[in-house]
Design a protein around this ligand. Sequence first.
Ligand code: ZN
Length: 100
Amino acid sequence: MSLGCCVRLASDKLGRDFRVISRWEPTSQVCADCGFKWGKIDLSVRSVLCLNCGTQQDRDLNAARNIRDLAVNGGDYKVGIGHCHDSKRTQRGRKTTEGQ
Ligand SMILES: [Zn+2]
């Protein structure tokens, strides 16, 4: 699987514009949860236990999450900051159904 294919898949899922990231970004070397860099791992290693946060990361899934974060944040790994999914739904006043 090429990296280009992988990025396209990730952007499709997000419904976002497709962005090219540097092919040298160490997406499989950094924990997608805490940003800890464990360094290069052998291709035969399918999952990594993060030494910092203790999360068992699937190699490909972790890389995909890092790629997505790169696309969204322009390259800044979030360290120690959780995702903020504040829904911006503001509750407007309900329409009053007027009697006929
Ligand atoms: Zn971690």
